[in-house]
Design a binder for this molecule. Sequence first.
Ligand SMILES: [Zn+2]
Length: 223
Amino acid sequence: MVILAHPDDPEFFLGGTIAEWVKQGHEVSYLLLTMGQRGVSPQFPDPNNLEKVREKEQRNAAAKLGVGKVDFLDYQDGYLVPDIEARRKVTREIRRTRPDIVATFDPLLIYQTGLINHPDHRAAGQIVIDAIFPAVGNSAFFPEFLDEGLPPHQVEELWLSRPVEANFELDVSHNWQLRLDALLEHVSQVGEPAAFLEQMEARRRTRWGEERRYVESFRRLIL
Ligand SMILES: [Zn+2]
């Protein structure tokens, strides 16, 4: 179960890993906490219209990777905060889906060289971690969920994307093209496709030279 802040986060940050999980026969689902309304551009200037556009783009991108289940919560892009109501809503979704592994963002990443992490990414990570422990596994938290037929559940592993300190990496070079194909479904976000692909290749060269590798890193917690 991949729980992140915005449409396009799954493919940008762990698209190679998601593709790998699907190829290995795992059932993968997404929960995006916002609709990405503020990812506006000259072609898509209206946040209200963008909501529907981005929902459709996210479903198409997920389908490219073989992910069939995509759900959204109705938080406003840019305004996500780790409060009790958000923890409650995420707890409910995790108890519904009952995943073995949850992937989210590392909430400890505030900034790194040359960039500031989006506050929604940090908030999403904290909401998910706070939901998994102790609320998802403890019947005394949000007891009304028992009436909804949602008993406690134990998540086995937590994978934190964009970790401050990675302890696990997955070489998903062979999924590079598939990930790009999925990213290109986010038409409102990638701009001109050829320029976008060139930018992605340039980033890859900066990181791995001419080796044509692509690796996704995580902080992986066995719970
Ligand atoms: Zn994002």
